[in-house]
Ligand binder design. Structure first.
Ligand SMILES: Nc1ncnc2c1ncn2[C@@H]1O[C@H](COP(=O)(O)OP(=O)(O)OP(=O)(O)O)[C@@H](O)[C@H]1O
Ligand SMILES: [Mg+2]
Length: 362
């Protein structure tokens, strides 16, 4: 038994010798906000379009509420879709655009009227009811597209980078509305973006796509705290990746040395053996930095401070390791004031072993 509402099972799509996606499997719960995050060409849209019915997979299947979906004609799937570019009918008013999917379904006039008003209110669009799409801003047009997609109460709403054509302020505004609409309607959403901040802000869970496969799926916190690979660590949040050689290991922890000979403890990849090379990941905000003269921990690194940037709530330090690798360090701005750290001088950095991850060398 599974509580999955939408089940995507071993999808594969090829174009001649191009493998667009392979072995894509995912269970989505009813009412979940699931985001596909990944670089360009990683297979996000392909997966979405197969669910929508715009494309047929080479292999695999999709179940909605336990029933096979792929044999259902696209226009019978009852799945709402919002695209990156506004796809409103230019010759219809806002109200007529929202009413369109209901008219196609031949709903009674009274019901259409009621539903259109409800959707316009939900998206804060009532004052624009009689305008043409060309008389609206990009953000307003995209809100109309969302209202139209939700008008017939689809159980699933698919959105392919719906905000990417908007400027940052508008994007954040509609992100907030999307969260509210998701909470108010309980619709299950599959959402595509390559903006990690947007993914973190909106999603219950995020599926990270890489080269046609889902590399990891989890809550933002899980992906951030426990990235399964260097790729995921790089995609969610910022990271430093440092070369290490494993010197000892037991079940919980490994010991390793940097190219400079400095030793550290780390947790992570169980496939690494003593003598093997790996990559140590540590996030800029999990590093402590202090002036070289200050009392220091046994495990850590001497670095040269190259640059210090004030970011309002934080200080950002660009530092260089003894083997000439650049690293980022972030610290609350208040902690910097009396630290004595100055550009051009030596500093000492360290961190808690539990805040690091060890990956087999990529
Ligand atoms: N009609 C097609 N013919 C050949 N290859 C295709 C076709 N459509 C998509 N592809 C390839 O499939 C892969 C996945 O494409 P897809 O559009 O799913 O990526 P995406 O993750 O949505 O990327 P983006 O972020 O740029 O939108 C890409 O390598 C792409 O070039
Ligand atoms: Mg795409």
């Amino acid at each position: 038994m599974t509580s999955a509402f939408l089940q995507i099972q071993r999808l594969r799509k090829t174009y001649d010798d191009v493998v667009a996606i392979d072995q894509v499997s995912l269970d989505v719960r009813k009412g979940e906000f699931m985001t596909f995050l990944g670089p360009s060409g990683s297979g996000k849209s392909t997966t979405l379009y197969i669910v929508a019915g715009f494309q047929e997979p080479t292999e695999g299947r999709v179940l909605l509420d336990g029933k096979p979906l792929l044999s259902v004609a696209p226009n019978k799937r009852n799945i709402g879709m919002v695209f990156q570019r506004y796809t409103l009918f230019p010759h219809l008013t806002v109200g007529q655009n929202v009413a369109f999917p209901l008219r196609v379904r031949r709903r009674p006039e009274a019901e259409i009227k009621k539903k259109v008003e409800q959707m316009l209110a939900l998206l804060h669009l009532a004052e624009f009811r009689d305008r043409m799409p060309g008389q609206l801003s990009g953000g307003q047009q995209q809100r109309v597209a969302i209202a139209r997609a939700l008008a017939y109460d689809p159980p699933v709403l698919l959105m392919d980078e719906p905000l990417s054509a908007l400027d940052k302020k508008l994007r954040e505004e509609i992100q907030l509305e999307l969260r509210r609409i998701h909470q108010e309607t309980g619709v299950t959403i599959l959402y595509v973006t390559h903006d990690q901040e947007e993914a973190l802000r909106l999603s219950d869970r995020i599926a990270v796509f890489n080269k046609g496969c889902i590399e990891q799926c989890g809550t933002g916190e899980e992906l951030y705290e426990n990235p399964a690979s260097r790729f995921v660590a790089n995609f969610i949040g910022n990271s430093n990746f440092l070369p290490v050689r494993i010197t000892a290991r037991d079940a919980a922890q490994s010991s390793a040395v940097f190219p400079s000979g400095h030793a550290i403890a780390a947790t992570g990849d169980a496939t690494l053996s003593v003598g093997g090379d790996g990559t140590l990941m540590v996030r800029p905000e999990q590093i402590r930095i202090r002036a070289a003269g200050a009392a220091k921990n046994t495990a850590g690194l001497p670095v040269t401070v190259r640059d210090i940037t004030y970011l309002g709530d934080a200080m950002h330090y660009s530092v260089t390791t003894p083997w000439a690798q650049d690293m980022s360090v972030r610290m609350p701005a208040g902690d910097h004031r009396d630290s004595g750290i100055v550009v051009g001088t030596q500093a000492w950095i360290d961190w808690d072993a539990r805040d690091t991850r060890l990956f087999a060398q990529a």
